[in-house]
Design a protein around this ligand. Structure first.
Ligand SMILES: Cc1ncc(C[n+]2csc(CCOP(=O)(O)OP(=O)(O)O)c2C)c(N)n1
Ligand SMILES: [Mg+2]
Length: 660
């Protein structure tokens, strides 16, 4: 029964002092007081807030950021949450995510956008963050909680539901989603977001949508909401029995192969991996996110594995009797769409902090931090080592691939036009070991995966979870903001550049220096060659005028095929118009001079180079599953379908019964 007696005097009065602030001011104050700690090192978690204002956030979060900035200027300190104006909301999320990646997820950004299109522009960024397991706090503005003036500009107005707004589209793309209809909900929403952002298993986009009226509403917040909070970033240790099971399988191996993913780098397990494989002799193939987990010239490094792998890693993958995945999501590119590991007796050991990844191929699952697991496994394996024969075979294969790289990097005539392999080679050899290469979509990610000689764990930044055209410029800027002491080389195709070159303006505004290599090949070299290999004849992949081939005389509406002359676009002039230095280069000698000047410069440079889209990187006899039309009037498609069927026979599901 509920007591109706007077409260006894011994009960404490919990009322604590309060602070009178708007919801937005409370958000800014709270975020400025969040810290993370890992391995005893404590860091301020939020580097700042990117934002583009509109009526949904200008007077709410905009006012709060302004107030924080003015307070800081007056006090001679840093603002609580330094504000950066971007040019496109999607791009701001890319910059934020790239920053977090470069910081091994120990720091992140908030991104605020106006209601409606400003907010939905962030959806692509949300997906990219969540897929790549990188933290970003999204603060989309939402339509009125009170509905006082509904429907407001840019409101969805769904006839079937009064509480759905465009921001509901963030739900499947976010690892945490909340909408703050009332100020009282804010503390739990912020705690929920922080929990996810600082958890290596859960991390991704955390979205807190705040209606525009609620943003501006005042409330009396308990002071403790703004007390500094330190979030411990966990390193879960592996279960003893799981380590024993893993060690038993590895001990039985004669031809083991490690597949290292991004988790190795985020966990800062690269030194542990280097000593583990040096001691055991187990070679290491690397996924896109895992490239850099060993320097390219480490004796056990066999470079990229999978569809865009090296001949060395892919040969070892075919033979491997035990595959040890560490911190990898086993994407289709890493497994060559499950055609890479075809030894009929292959067994898997999967070390991953996220259980979803640890069970992917079947086999032994070790759900734990990469560094902790490597240390435990090294101890359990004692003096286990692969045979001398296997060590020599690994060395031979790695050397053969390195020779291939040397041969495609070579430039015989420094006054001749460059191909893409040579562009990559020059950028690689002219960059310093700690410099960072940034890329995301097109033919370059695959070519970089194969060819780039990575010398530093953070020197390779190719976003290939979402492979989002348009990430390059914004991502490069985020990477540079995270680590100003490294030069950032953005390698971008003309297609990606045209999708989102806008953030060059932000780079100029912020004094963020990047070196951008803009590879003009007049369309999609990547999808062009994919299309050709699938019998689709490079359809729709060149940037060309329409020819009058097949033009419709009947109606005059169809002007012919897109196979006319090359369009007269001048991307160098376009980049120059955004305020950066631009150099047009035509050969190796000019390219070299341009990179040297760009490195010496204090400001951003775009190096514009034309290449032939038909010259590809060396092949590594691998595959990627892209289904071909099963019936066609086109001979090219029918032939491609036959080849497709052959590969499909090799594809294996790799789900094995548990042996333990
Ligand atoms: C946002 C987005 N749209 C479409 C794609 C599919 N896609 C992948 S690569 C590519 C072409 C890229 O062209 P470009 O940047 O010029 O690089 P190139 O292929 O010429 O090297 C396309 C359309 C994508 N990855 N991202
Ligand atoms: Mg192109």
């Amino acid at each position: 029964m509920v007591s109706t007696a007077p409260i006894s005097a011994s009960k404490n009065d919990n009322a604590e002092p309060t602070v009178h602030l708007t919801v937005s001011q409370a958000v800014v104050k709270f975020l400025a007081n969040q810290f993370v700690e890992r391995d005893g090192v404590r860091t301020k978690f939020f580097a700042g807030a990117f934002g583009i204002f509109g009526h949904g956030n200008v007077a709410g979060l905009g006012q709060a950021l302004l107030q924080a900035e003015i307070d800081a200027v007056e006090a001679g300190t840093e603002p609580d949450l330094p504000y950066v104006l971007g040019r496109n909301e999607q791009a701001m999320v890319h910059s934020a995510v790239a920053y977090a990646r470069q910081k091994d997820r120990l720091q992140a950004w908030a991104v605020t956008a106006s209601v409606g299109p400003g907010s939905t522009n962030m959806l692509t960024g949300a997906a990219l963050a969540t897929i790549n397991r990188l933290p970003v706090l999204l603060l989309p503005a939402d339509t009125f909680a009170t509905r006082a003036s509904a429907p407001v500009l840019q409101e969805l107005e769904l006839p079937s539901s009064g509480d759905v707004t465009v921001n509901d589209a963030f739900k499947p793309l976010s690892r945490y989603f909340d909408r703050v209809w009332r100020p009282e909900q804010l503390p739990s929403a912020l705690l929920g977001a922080m929990r996810v952002l600082t958890d290596p298993v859960e991390t991704g986009a955390a979205t807190v949508a705040i209606p525009q009226d609620v943003q501006a509403e005042a409330f009396d917040w308990p002071e403790s909401l703004f007390a500094p909070r330190t979030w411990h970033m966990a390193r879960p240790v592996p279960e003893k029995s799981a380590v024993e099971r893993a060690a038993e399988v590895i001990r039985s191996a004669r031809k083991p192969l490690i597949v290292a993913g991004g988790g190795v780098i985020y966990s800062r397990a690269t030194d542990a991996l280097a000593s583990f494989c040096a001691a055991t002799g187990i070679p290491v193939g690397q996924s896109q996110a895992g490239k850099g987990s060993l320097p390219y010239d480490h004796p056990q490094s066999v470079g990229a594995v999978g569809s865009t792998g090296t001949t060395a890693a892919n040969a070892l993958a075919t033979e491997a009797d035990v595959v040890i995945g560490i911190g990898t999501r086993y994407s289709d590119f890493t497994t060559a769409s499950r055609t890479a590991f075809t030894n009929p007796d292959v067994k898997f050991v999967n070390i991953n902090v996220a259980s979803i990844d640890s069970v992917k191929q079947g086999g032994v699952s070790v759900v734990a931090d990469a560094r902790e697991s490597l240390d435990a496994l090294a101890e359990a394996l004692g003096d286990f080592t692969v045979s001398d024969d296997y060590r020599s075979r690994v060395a031979e294969l790695a050397q053969a691939w390195d020779d291939t790289v040397t041969s495609v990097y070579a430039i015989e005539d420094s006054s001749a036009p460059l191909n893409q392999n040579q562009v990559i080679g020059l950028a690689n050899t002219l960059s310093d070991p700690r410099d960072v290469v940034v890329c995301a979509a097109g033919s370059m990610p695959g070519d970089l995966h194969k060819l780039w000689r990575t010398r530093d764990a953070k020197g390779y930044h190719v976003e290939y979870g979402f492979s989002c055209m348009g990430y390059e410029v914004a991502g490069g800027i985020g990477a540079k903001m995270a680590e100003p002491d490294r030069d950032v080389f953005i390698l971008v195709g003309d297609g990606s550049y045209l999708m989102m070159a806008t953030e060059l303006v932000t780079a100029v505004q912020e004094g963020v220096k990047v070196i951008m290599i803009l590879v003009q090949n007049h369309g999609f070299a990547s999808i062009g060659s994919l299309s050709e290999s699938l019998g689709s004849q490079r359809f729709g992949t060149d940037y060309r005028y329409r020819s009058d081939d097949g033009a419709s005389e009947a109606t005059g509406l169809w002007k012919g095929r897109l196979d006319g002359g090359i369009l007269p676009v001048d991307l160098a002039a376009n980049a120059a118009s955004l305020g950066v230095d631009v150099v047009r280069v035509n050969n190796g000698s000019e390219f070299t001079d341009a990179v040297k000047a760009a490195k010496a410069s204090e400001t951003s440079t775009v190096i514009h180079v034309e290449t032939d889209p038909l010259i590809a990187a060396p092949d590594s006899e691998s595959w990627w599953d892209v289904p071909v039309s099963a019936t066609s009037t086109l001979e090219s498609t029918r032939t491609a379908y036959e080849t497709y069927q052959t590969w499909k026979k090799i594809q294996r599901p790799f789900l094995r019964p548990s042996e333990h």
